[in-house]
Design a protein. Structure first.
Ligand code: F3S
Length: 641
């Protein structure tokens, strides 16, 4: 029976487990990437593992998220990452150099390799035939230390592309079309594998736009075959020797097959406030707009920006519109400067932003109150722009550029004959953008913003404490640990962040935890939904939270709790939720024994004189991690195996 591309790469990298969807497997990690927002914690964790050498072929530390330096905090983080990178031989990418995923494509992605990254859009490299997975930071640290990554063997969905795109329809419209079809939950537990004749009509960076926003489908990753187009891109970047052809077998089997005729796709937009709230550009034509931003890891390639420049050439940005351009890499910025496109942007009245994530993560360019912002980015959740009342629409660079000129939502198809942008045969790659080299004696500089992260001892039999907080249903990781431009500089400073934990529910939670030495949290259904934020587990750990008893947990947050050594327990009878109140005194006498024997766990509510039944739902490996007090202790025990 023929194999699909995903399982070919998994098989090549399999260390343990069987390749059956849903089974836990360990694979060899070839490459890792970090960005600064998650990276400080990754390297603190790596340091705590006490290893001398990392086991990956290549690891890169990018600085692209918190590049604003309005105080010493971000600068401290950058210096820490730079010096720790030197110690382990991790390549360091300076702030201003560009966005991790675009830079990785241009400089390091290799077809057929595995890549894990502490950023959810790591699958961008899937456009080059890399099995590229976004993970939690601790997984990346563990991947570097052990060379392994654990995951559930995924289902594979094949999207067969046929035909070719109509004029002015672009790769962004393709992925918006897929999002409309599958929704933001459609990819969970799956890899999206693209194939078919239509693949040939997509450039390498088109493919990367599509795999980038596979993250919005909730997919494990997305992947394209490696072909002559891949080879040409690598050649243009001076890395042709890294190329190899890769494709699924002719008779490959899949869990699901979806056919898409590219010629059926119109220009599309994702309306507020979800990437799958997709409609035709035609349906919103004429809507007045206030801001346009072109860039982000989704649409900041040479082709994207050249297309925007071609539309803007000889025109002016509408007086009511602010247009910002952030190129994906310094390489692209230099190419635009050399070929005159940069002048075109400036003459049109655009604001040239740094080569970084910037407004995508709310670092600058927050739109005005009640405004409409068109962005070529990948997420339009309410408030992500920094302005809660703003409506953010996700669009292609083509739609963004023409709308910036008009001052209202416009369909680029009205421009008539399409403009074809040729792929460059040479990218102006410069080594200056990276700091390479290894010095195991390098001094790791930890400025005052870098604080040690919380750790835990192995579990002892018996937990006791007060219920310091009781929440309702659908608590998000953002409710637990808010992330905004004011708090982002403190990603490496858990003690500071702890003062904002659950701020909207209980401003004084940290004081209560300090007074009572932590305790328990009671949650409703779907506790910890939303982003994969590791800090939503690390900060409660710092506050001394021992266990969380909820009706149910969101998957990724539950994994993060286990990794931190906080026990996620579920009510056997959800009605018992009502019987526990804040400040009740709880006691679990033999939690360790119950976990080992996989028994029901009895919780004694000493205040109400009641016994409540709870259970732990997880794998043997999860239990082992909890018994040892978290993944860090587990990985230290298992290094070298
Ligand atoms: Fe950066 Fe936004 Fe991508 S924060 S990595 S540009 S999703």
């Amino acid at each position: 029976m023929g194999k699909n591309l995903t399982y070919k790469i998994l098989e090549d990298h399999l260390i343990s487990g069987t390749l059956t969807p849903g089974e836990e497997i360990a694979i060899k990690v070839d490459q890792t990437l970090t960005q600064d927002s998650t990276g400080t914690m990754v390297y603190l964790q790596l340091e705590a593992m006490g290893i001398k050498e990392i086991k990956t072929e290549l690891s890169v530390a990018y600085i692209d998220h918190n590049t604003l330096q309005t105080g010493f905090e971000n600068a401290d983080d950058h210096e820490f990452i730079k010096t720790v990178a030197e110690k382990y031989g991790v390549i360091f990418s300076k702030p201003g150099n560009g966005i991790c995923h675009q830079l990785h494509l241009e400089n390091f992605s290799v077809p057929g390799k595995t890549l894990i990254g502490s950023d959810s859009h790591t699958p961008t490299s899937g456009g080059m035939g890399v099995l590229a997975i976004g993970t939690g930071g601790l997984d990346v640290a563990a991947g570097m230390a052990s060379g392994k990554y654990y995951l559930k063997a995924p289902k594979v969905v094949n999207i067969q592309l046929k035909g070719s795109l109509n004029p002015w329809v672009s790769a962004k419209d393709v992925i918006l079309y897929v999002l409309k079809k599958l929704t933001v939950k459609g990819g969970v537990g799956k890899v999206i594998e693209y194939s078919g004749e239509g693949v040939k009509s997509l450039s390498l960076t088109d493919r990367a736009t599509i795999t980038n926003m596979g993250a919005e489908l909730g997919a494990t990753t997305s992947i394209f075959p490696s072909d002559e187009i891949t080879r040409a891109f690598l050649k243009a970047n001076g890395r042709e020797e890294s190329w190899k052809p890769l494709a699924a077998d002719e008779d490959a089997t899949y869990d699901e097959i979806i056919e898409i005729d590219l010629s059926n796709i119109p220009t599309l937009t994702a309306k507020p406030h979800s990437p799958d709230n997709v409609d035709a550009v035609d349906a919103v034509k004429g809507l007045k707009i206030d801001q346009v931003l072109i860039g982000s890891c989704t649409n900041s390639s040479y082709k994207d920006l050249m297309k925007a420049a071609a539309i803007l050439k000889g025109k002016k940005v509408h007086p009511d519109v602010s247009l910002g351009i952030s190129p994906g890499s310094s390489t692209i910025l230099k190419m635009l400067a050399d070929n005159g496109a940069l002048s075109t942007f400036i003459a049109a009245g655009a604001r040239i932003l740094e080569c970084s994530c910037g407004p995508c993560i709310g670092m600058g360019q927050s739109p005005k109150t009640d405004s409409v912002s068109l962005r070529t980015f990948n997420r339009n959740f309410c408030g992500r722009s920094g302005t809660k009342s703003a409506d953010v629409y996700l669009v292609s660079p083509e739609t963004a550029a023409i709308s910036a000129v008009k001052g209202y939502f416009e369909d680029p198809v009205t421009l008539g004959e399409d403009i074809i942008i040729e792929e460059p045969t040479t990218y102006d790659i410069s080594d200056n953008y990276f700091v390479r080299g290894k010095n195991i004696d390098a001094t790791v500089v930890m400025g005052p913003n870098i604080k040690p992260f919380p750790t835990k001892e192995a579990l002892t039999d018996g937990l006791e404490g007060k219920v310091v907080l009781k929440t309702g249903d659908n608590i998000t990781t953002d409710d637990i640990m808010p992330s905004n431009a004011k708090l982002l500089p403190y990603r490496s400073n858990i003690p500071h962040l702890s003062k904002f934990c659950f701020h909207a529910l209980d401003e004084k939670l940290w004081e209560k935890c300090e007074l009572y030495g932590g305790g328990f949290i009671i949650g409703g259904d779907n506790y910890g939904q939303g982003s994969s934020r590791e800090h939503a587990a690390l900060v409660p750990l710092y506050l001394g939270i021992k266990a969380i008893l909820a009706k149910s947990f969101a998957r990724i947050h539950k994994a993060n709790l286990i990794n931190s050594g906080i026990i996620p327990l579920e009510f056997v009878d959800a009605n018992d939720y009502a019987s526990i109140g804040e400040m009740d005194e709880l006691e679990i006498k033999d939690v360790k024994t119950a976990l080992i024997s996989k028994d029901i766990i009895e919780i004694n509510n000493k205040t109400k004189n009641l016994t409540i039944k709870a259970k732990f739902v997880g794998s043997q490996r999860d239990i082992d991690i909890l018994l040892l007090g978290g993944y860090l202790n587990y990985i230290k025990m298992n290094l070298g195996e």
